[in-house]
Design a protein around this ligand. Structure first.
Ligand code: COA
Length: 257
């Protein structure tokens, strides 16, 4: 159980709020578990027609909790128990529409999960980043396939390898987000669209979502990425990146061949 994900169901919209603002909503294993439980319920419960992801505080999420990465890298947690994996599966398998409300930064999985959302409302000044290579990791959530397919190889590589941010307006232009609005209006706008979707015929909505994405192919890419990700997580490069984050200094990869 965690208090870091708040859950509310109203008028067919299941709202999942990341509520760990003091740690920039970095996602812990317990938070992933809560999200997966609710996403599973959403699939099974006829009262849920739309899932809305949002976050408290000044940013959507700083991505996976780096402390949890370190626990795997040091062997304290077995790699197969990396909390993100069931969450990624739940994203891949979803058939009900997902809406996201994104203010501030969305880092790592905070951005790659948006590739599985059907409506993404971003703040004009949001910053979407996928700095996997800076952390000596590789892309996940099938983003190694989905992101270049959306935005082209050149932009996707700059995001993955150089950690280049994409702001809210650019995210709309290049097809990662649906609408950019002032930060103060993001959640209200996302809720309005979620409510609008909740009035649509659910069968047609689910069938449309399923026709628009190849869930089997997404799962296959996730599998490949997961193998490489787990290898990278245990690398000396990754340890240096995690140590540098904890020590609030830039990483130095020059001595790791
Ligand atoms: N995992 C664990 N803790 C995190 C975190 C993460 N991904 N991101 C932020 N935090 C924690 C910080 O350690 C800090 O904790 P403290 O107050 O106990 O020292 C707190 O959240 C606030 O973060 P801070 O870095 O002071 O905020 P900021 O506004 O200066 O910077 C970020 C925000 C997101 C730019 C910065 O925290 C960051 O780069 N985080 C790591 C992002 C990342 O690489 N995620 C993994 C992607 S695969």
């Amino acid at each position: 159980m965690t208090d870091h994900v708040r859950v509310a169901l109203d008028a067919g919209v299941l709202t999942l709020t990341l509520a760990r603002p003091e740690k920039k909503n970095a996602l812990t294993n317990a938070m992933y578990e809560a999200l997966v439980r609710e996403m599973t319920r959403a699939e099974e419960d006829g009262a849920v027609r739309v899932v809305l992801f949002q976050a408290e505080g000044d940013m959507f999420t700083a991505g996976n909790d780096i402390g949890d990465f370190v626990a795997v890298a040091t062997g304290a947690t077995p790699a197969r128990n990396v909390g993100a994996s069931p969450f990624l599966q739940a994203l891949a398998n979803a058939t009900k529409p997902f809406v996201a409300a994104v203010q501030g930064r969305a880092v790592g999985v905070g951005t790659t999960m948006l590739l599985h959302c059907d409506v993404v409302i971003v703040a004009d000044d949001a910053a979407l980043t996928t700095p996997f290579v800076n952390l000596a990791l590789v892309p996940e959530a099938a983003s190694s396939w989905l992101l270049p397919a959306r935005v082209g190889h050149a932009r996707a590589f700059a995001m993955f390898a150089l950690g280049r941010p994409v702001d809210g307006r650019a995210a709309v232009e290049i097809g990662i987000a649906t609408e950019a609005v002032p930060a103060a209006e993001v959640q209200a706008r996302a809720l309005a669209v979620a409510r609008e979707l909740a009035t649509r015929p659910l069968g047609a909505l689910q069938a449309t979502k399923q026709l628009m994405r190849d869930a089997g192919a997404i799962r296959a890419v996730m599998e490949r990425e997961g193998e490489e990700f787990r290898k990278r997580l245990n690398s000396p490069e990754a340890m240096e990146a995690f140590r540098a984050f904890a020590e609030r200094r830039p990483p130095d990869f020059s001595k790791i061949g």
